[in-house]
Structures are given as C-alpha cells and as structure tokens.
Design a protein around this ligand. Structure first.
Ligand code: 2OB
Length: 816
C-alpha cells in the first residue's frame, strides 16, 4: 500500500465532520504505521502548526479504519498494547488531541463525557456480568459519579463561558482566572474521556487491569469533584464582585470563608495519579520528580541536620513514593499543610547544592563574567531626574538591623571594559574563579554596552538566590548581549519588608552611579524579575519615582505577585491543585515577608560553604545507613489501613471533617471531599499587606503614573494570573504603557524550568523579546556601529522572527 490520505470523519469521537473540515488547515500530516488490516497507530508526534503547543506530545492513539478511506472510530490510549510488527506506511491528516479542546465547544465535550460514561458502564456490566469483583464494582460506581459531576459541571461551565470575556485585559489577550478554571476542568474531563474510551474498548480483554484502571478513574473522579467545588466558589465570587474585578477586594469575609473551605478540602488527589494533568505533558515527569523529592525530603526533614545528608536520605526513601501515587499525594498534602517556612526555604534552595547546581550548569551557556560582589552600605549621591544639576542622597538599606552591605552577582556573556577593573574587583566575594586568572589569560575586554539589565529573583521573598536563577540569566546575557546585575537581597522571615526593597533600590542606584564598572554606559537600564522579583521590579521603580532619581527605562515582570493580601480571586483557587504554589505555602511566604510571623530579625549569616560541605560529607555515610534502614522499616510497617493512606480514600475523606459539614458554600446535595489533615492557615490581614510598596496593585494612581513601560508575562495556569491581569488593567486605565502576554500550559516559575522543555524555553524567549523591545525603542543604541561589529552574535536579525512567533504565544482561548 502506498501513501494516501485518509478521509477522517471524527477524532476521538469529539468533532463533527463539519468541524473537522473547518479545522483541516490546522492539521499536519503524520506518518502512521499499519498494524493489522484495520488499525493504525500514531505515537507522540502530532504537532499543531504555529502554536506554542507545537512540541506537546500526545500519548499513543489507535485509529480504527474500516474499508476504504473512512475512519470509523478513533481511540486514544497510552496503555493500548502496541505490536511492533513492521507494516505499511500510510498518511493521515490528524489533529493534536491536546489542542482539540481549544477549538471545541465545551458542550460537545460534556456530551461526549456523557456518552463515554454510559458506554463504559454498559461495557463493564456486560463483561463482568455476575462475576463482579471489588475493582469492577468500584469502576461502575466511579463512572456513575463522574456522570453526575459532569452534568453539574457542564451547567457551571456554561455560566462562566457566557461572561468570562468581561474580565480580560483586552480582546487580543483572552485570559483571566475564570477562563483558567474552565480550562482546567475541561482538561480533567478530556483525561476522563480518554481513559473511559480505553476502559470501554478493553474491559472485556484478558489483559485488562481492572484494579489499576479503577484507581486511575477514581483519582480523576475525585479531582472532578474538587474542581466542581472550586467552580461553585468561583461562582460566588463572580456574583459578589464588581464588574470586571477579579479579586474580592471589598469583601474580606468572603475570602475568609473560602480559606476555611480550602483548609478542610481534600487535595491529595491532585498530587498523586493526576499530578500536573493541567500542564504540558512534557513537564509532568519533572513535576513528578519534584513532588517525589519534596515528600521524601519532608519525611526526613526533622531527622537530619544537614542539607546534603537529607538529600541523600531522601533519595533512598523516594522509592516508595514512586510506586505508590496515593501515598505520595497524601504525604504531599500533609507536608504542604503543616511544615514550617524553614522546610520550604531548605527545599527550594536545594538547587543550590553543589550536585544539582553543577548538573544544571551542564546545559547552561558559559559566560566570561560571573562574579559575586558585595556593595558597601554607604550613602550614594545621585542627580535628581528632574534637574540633574541638583543631587539627592540615597541612604543604604537600614530597616531592621541598620546600615549594611548588599550582595549582587554580575553576569556577562563577554568581558567588557570596567568588569576587570581593580575597582570592581575590590568588591568581589570569594566565588568567581575568573578573577584570579592572570591578566595574560584573561579574554580581551569588549566595549561598554549601552544598556544594563538589573534582575531581582523570585522565591516567595523567602528563598533562592541569584545562583538559583543563574542558568537562564546566562542565556539572557548572551541573547540580549547585555551585562546583568542580579541582586541577592536579604530574605524573609529573617529580613521582612522593607529590607529586601531597600536593598534592591540601593543596588539599582549603585548600578546607575557605577555603571562603567559593570561594563555599561547605562543609556538604557531595564529591570527584570520573576514572581516575588517581579513585585520588586515594580516597587523599586515606584521608590525611584518617589526619591526623584532616574526611573528605569522598562520593566519586564514575569508572573509577578502584585497583591499580597488574602483576597480571593478565581486564579488563586488554583492553589488547591497546584504542585508548585499551594495556598498554605503562599501564606507562609506572605506572612514571612510582611513580618506577621514575628521571627527574630538578624543579619544574614554567610555560611562558609567549604566547612559546611565538609560537615555534610562527614554525616553523609551515617545518613545513608540510617536512610536505608528507615526505608526498609517503613516498607515493613505499611499496612493498607495506615492513617496516611486512608486520607487518600474516597469515603474516609468525605467523612473526616465534621466541623464543616453543613457549611453552605455549596448547593444542597453537594459536598466536596474533605481532607484527613487540616491545613494551618494563619491569615491576619495587616495594614502592611495593603502598603502600596508591598501590594502595588493597591497603589494610588498618583504612585503608578510615571512608571516606565511595564511588560507582564504571565502564565495561564498560574495562581497569580489575576494579579497580572488586574495590574495590567489598572495601568491601562491610567494610560500607562503596559503589555500583557499570557503563555499556556506551563506553571508559575517557568523561568526556572526554561531548560526543561520547549514550552518553557519559548516562554523565556518571550521574556527576552519583551526586554529587547525596550532597546528597540532606544533606536540610537541599535545603530551603534561598534556594537554590531564586535558582537556578531547579536540577535537583532532574529528578533523579527521571534516577534512573529510571539503573536501565537498570546493565549487564544476558544471558549467564548
Ligand atoms: C482560597 C482563596 C484565597 C486566596 C488567597 C491567596 C493569598 C495569596 C497571597 C499572595 C500571593 C503572593 C505571595 C508571594 C508569591 C511569591 C511566589 C514566588 O516567588 O514563588 C516562587 C517560589 C519558589 C518556586 C516554587 C518558584 C518557582 C520555581 C520553583 C523551582 C523549580 C525547580 C525547583 C526544585 C526545588 C528543583 C528540584 C530539583 C530536583 C529534581 C530535586 C523549585 C520547585 C524550587 C521552588 C521554586 C516560585
């Protein structure tokens, strides 16, 4: 058989032939290998033209072909037995199932869900007949529940779909928390459809693993039930809020009630089998690794003294969480609800251990300059922006423990003038091997760059450093051909607000004054930051305005936190299901930064890393022995009725919280699943949280007017999406220059994951392009001939291509 195109009438039974034709232009041809006379198989190779989803693989699909060219039915199934016998090759036009829901009406999805439920119920009943065992009856019960949830969720989704466009930033950027919730629900339903189809078609087979499939379905059923609860909460929010407003700013009581609900709701199902179902498939293995590492680290957290020791022990105990997703989910829920801030600081800083940072640096670009510097805490005199003949004195950071130095890291792809000057080197800290190179071995220094990028890292104000963000900064320095100064501000809870802000502002002013030492003429200075760092970019600029010093030429804030109050918003409901930012952890960050936890304030101690490493290594052997025995012990101890396990169970969970029974956030007859362990969320709403320098979204217009152009790059599946949407709207309302780009399918913190897959790399490239846009504005800088000659790798020519690509990255949301 030669190559020919199949006339395909229905994909996964979800598209009508008319729609199929309409969307034909979006499909590409893929090659299929023929297995038997009537079936063909395609694996992980569907691509969607011109979309950021381009590389998203889809699990295997089986297409059944009847006579001629017509496809009778299609199934998607990762577990479908694949025979590897070589066969004929045919070509079929096939859409990406991942993008299918983008082009579909949600009603269609729900009617398919209904059919799938009915078909699977009758197939299971038919095949199991009188010999129903535990697993098959569980499966039947689960399908019935899904059917019921599906009907209720369908009505809710229709309600949101009718109004959610009112909350968008503009028509080109259709994104807000309501749309996100709907998208997450539909993604869950599509997973159920896919698994349901498989069950229907294979439950009669000899190799059908009823118990495994019942477990999978049950997990998705629980997820759907909890998502239904979130939709009810979001519906309340929608009814309560003013037109176009996403946060419940006017009603603190409502947020408190939501938080009470949240604390008791079951979450483990989102961290077990369904972990990261909402994200791009290429990220799921990584998320699994992070969650497994986290629970193993958490289990050993109180037992061990050192980070390295804990890491080794965690590695050993992680085995049980790999094989048992329910146990993993329950443990993750327990950890996120109860462990203290220091656990998160330690775990989030795990990337700084020698082993992980050297692994990460293997793929990172190499740079000629990577120095850590300590800026002395001395007053600076800077010219007034309004009248440069006058000057203003900027005092060093003083909050909480008086004047002190500020730590920074200078990263530059190429060595430039000033960067090897004795004056700069006098600020250097021990790290940075290039500094010790004899002059003869040092690369020749290039010219000063006309611009400078100042970076503030994320990490919830409590964790991470410029080093954790080094890998993407190195490639930015190359792509943008710019020196980058990343600030290692002091972290909470030891250093609450305003210490970090003061340090960042001081570093900004120092860089303006000493730009030549950093290899720049500072004709164009941009600020960039992610998450908590995005917040600092905005607040540092506000501080520059209020001090009368020069403001930066542009801001690029990736998924920034702009509102640090406890107000609910639809995207914030994602914290119930998000493995990266669970609500209880966010609260701990906010409380630490705003000083609510009242931890004793003390200057940051710089640990002598060499002696720490020595001590770590000494304890490592001891830990490994202990770890191995404790893992064996835990395996022996495990019984099916152990308390941790039972919290993942359907029935146990729903009965576990009597206190909240009868709470009426939900309609009669519905109750979400409850958790076995309550989260401890301490939520005082203090005035400091409303301080505009903590929550710039609440800043009066007068404080925001005069800000430089702000480029926000947010993630559609991020709990902080609404923070970006509302901040962009606020700036637009007062005619401030602002752009909002929303990327799909990747979580909060995607910059830290930019080496992981194409989607995160593309998102990082968008951030680069947004920063580059500022430079494009400064035409003069671009025409600098010396710059072009000495730097052949400048990506000026590529920027056009990228700009075309970006248009596709702006979320095109289908559910209007
Ligand atoms: C019920 C509704 C009420 C809603 C009320 C909401 C109230 C919330 C209020 C305010 C919100 C704003 C608070 C401040 C937000 C700050 C956010 C903020 O800055 O969050 C960052 C926190 C660190 C992190 C999670 C992140 C990004 C990347 C992550 C890193 C990626 C890889 C790293 C792993 C450790 C690597 C492991 C390797 C291994 C295989 C062992 C990992 C996960 C470390 C943590 C970071 C985002």
């Amino acid at each position: 058989m030669g190559c020919r195109a199949l006339n395909f009438s229905n994909t996964a039974g979800l598209l009508s032939s008319k729609e199929t034709e309409m969307r034909a232009g979006r499909w590409r041809r893929v090659s299929l290998t023929r297995f038997r006379r009537t079936s063909v198989c395609v694996r992980q190779q569907w691509k969607f033209r011109g979309s950021s989803r381009a590389a998203a693989p889809v699990e295997a699909a089986v297409v059944e072909v009847v006579e001629g060219d017509d496809v009778k039915s299609t199934r998607q199934d990762s577990a479908y037995p694949r025979r590897s016998s070589p066969g004929h090759s045919i070509t079929v036009t096939f859409p990406d199932l991942n993008t299918l829901h983008l082009s579909m009406d949600h009603r269609h999805i729900f009617s398919t869900l209904e059919t799938v439920c009915e078909e699977s119920i009758s197939a299971i009943s038919m095949h199991s007949g009188l010999l129903q065992n535990d697993a098959t009856s569980q499966l039947l019960e689960t399908m019935r529940r899904i059917h019921e949830h599906g009907q209720a969720v369908n009505a809710l989704v229709s309600g949101f779909a009718a109004v959610y466009h009112h909350f968008d930033f503009n028509t080109e950027t259709p994104a807000n928390g309501y749309r996100t919730l709907v998208k997450v629900v539909l993604s869950c339903v599509l997973h159920i459809i896919q698994k349901g189809r498989y069950i229907t078609s294979s439950c009669g087979g000899m190799f059908f693993r009823a118990e495994h499939n019942a477990g999978e379905m049950k997990a998705y059923c629980m997820a759907l039930c909890q998502l239904r609860a979130l939709l009810y909460l979001a519906q309340r929010l929608l009814n309560n809020n003013e037109h176009g407003q996403l946060h419940s700013l006017e009603d603190e009581g409502l947020s408190k009630r939501f938080i009470n609900e949240y604390t008791s709701m079951h979450k483990a199902c989102f961290y077990g089998r369904c972990l990261g179902f909402q994200f791009s498939p290429s990220l799921r293995p990584f998320l699994q690794t992070v969650v497994i590492s986290m629970v193993s680290f958490g289990e050993n957290y109180n037992k061990q003294q050192t980070r390295l020791g804990r890491a080794a022990l965690s590695f050993i105990t992680s085995g049980k969480y790999v094989v048992d997703p329910e146990l993993r989910g329950a443990e993750f829920e327990r950890i996120t609800q109860n462990l203290d801030m220091h656990f998160w600081k330690n775990f989030w800083n795990i990337t700084e251990t020698e082993l992980i940072s050297s692994l990460a640096s293997i793929r990172a670009h190499s740079v000629q300059v990577n120095y850590t510097l300590t800026l002395p805490g001395e007053p600076l005199s800077l010219p007034l922006a309004a009248d440069p003949s006058l000057s203003v004195t900027v005092s060093p950071p003083i909050a909480h423990w008086g004047p002190g130095p500020v730590h920074v890291r200078l990263i530059s792809h190429m060595l430039r003038q000033g960067q090897d000057s004795p004056e700069l080197l006098s600020f250097s800290r021990s790290e940075g091997s290039q500094l010790s190179l004899p002059a003869s071995l040092r690369p020749q220094s290039g010219p000063l760059s006309p611009w400078l990028l100042i970076h503030f890292h994320g990490g919830g104000f409590v964790a991470q450093t410029s080093k954790s963000h080094e890998s993407y900064l190195k490639s930015w320095s190359k792509d943008l051909n710019v020196p980058i100064l990343s600030v290692d501000y002091s972290l909470a809870p030891e250093a609450p607000f305003p210490r970090a802000l003061e340090e960042c502002f001081y570093a900004y002013c120092w860089a303006l004054k000493n730009c030549q030492l950093l290899g720049s003429t500072a004709e164009c200075v941009c600020l960039a930051g992610d998450s908590a760092g995005g917040n600092l970019c905005i607040t540092v600029s506000m501080k520059a305005m209020s001090h009368g010093v020069r403001i930066p030429d542009g801001i690029m804030a990736a998924y920034p936190a702009t509102l640090l109050t406890t107000d609910a918003s639809p995207s914030r409901f994602l914290t119930l299901i998000d493995p990266v930012l669970p609500l209880s952890v966010l609260y701990k960050c906010v409380n630490a930064y705003t000083g609510v936890d009242g931890v004793a304030v003390q200057p940051r101690q710089q640990l002598d890393s060499l002696s720490a490493l020595g001590r770590d290594t000494a304890l490592l052997l001891e830990n490994i022995t202990q770890g191995a025995s404790s893992w064996l012990q835990s395996l022996l101890d495990r019984t099916p009725s152990s308390p941790t396990r039972s919290s993942g169970g359907h029935q146990n969970v729903s009965r576990s919280v009597d206190v909240l029974q009868g709470s009426r956030e939900f309609p009669e007859g519905f109750e979400p699943l409850r958790s076995g362990c309550l989260a401890e969320i301490h939520t005082p709403c203090t005035p400091i949280m409303k301080n505009p320098f903590v929550s710039p979204l609440l800043a009066p217009d007068s404080l925001l007017r005069g800000l430089p152009p702000v480029h926000l790059v947010a993630s559609e599946l991020d709990a902080l999406l609404d923070d970006s949407v509302m901040f962009a709207k606020k700036l637009k309302r007062i005619d401030q220059p602002v752009t909002l780009t929303v990327v799909e399918d990747i979580p909060h913190g995607f910059l830290s994951l930019s080496q992981l897959c194409k989607e995160t790399k593309d998102a990082s490239d968008i951030c680069v392009a947004r920063i580059r846009e500022r430079r494009t504005h400064q035409q003069g800088l671009f025409d600098d001939q010396t710059e072009k000659e000495t730097l052949p790798y400048t990506l000026k020519s590529r920027s056009w291509t990228l700009e075309v690509l970006y248009a596709n990255h702006i979320v095109v949301f289908p559910f209007r």
